[in-house]
Design a protein. Sequence first.
Length: 224
Amino acid sequence: MNAEEQSVIEQGAIAHKNLEGILAAKYNVVANYLVLGLLFKENRDEGLFKLLGYDSFEDFIGSPDVGFSRSKAYGLIRIRELYKEKLGIDDKTLLEIGNAKLALIAPVVEKDREGWLDKAKHLSKSDLRLEIDGQGPGVNLSPFSPPPPVPAPLPNSCINGCKGDTEKSHFPITRGAGGQEVDDWWVPMCRGCHTEYHQSPKEWTWKYRKNWARWFYSHLSRGE
């Protein structure tokens, strides 16, 4: 075996090892999502968020520490409810398919459980979509949309509940240069809160974290 052939074999071994690493990481991601679905469901159903100081499950998942969107968190919960609790699918099958495909076949999987699971294993997402499209226009490809969001406070009410006129405060402070930030990055504050924020942004952000996180979360989830 010459040096060139030896190099090709070594490079091939490196490529296969890389692939093994990618697949292992992929399965770990899916496994963690399944665990998150269980934990989110437990937190929501048992009201554990209240013991952590949050008024609602939506406040909890949208908090800075957790940082999940409504659609993602509720999607993970419903994948857990559908595939584990209702259909009793084993973890190995769920890991092989992955969350994206599980969400795709959710509207049709109960009609032919084994058939759709097999398709999800072997088809690409684009081909799987074509298969689902063939089921007719009544099939909803977005089965995991979350419940309607809690209405956001009106822009003319301070996020801290203060009475009186309010103004836009670009948030966080480093993003408000020139006041040209998109609307996603401002919150309504009264003059007193706005002044306090600019005087001590870090302390203010921590002190009122639930209020601004709740407003941002509701505001963004409505696409405003």
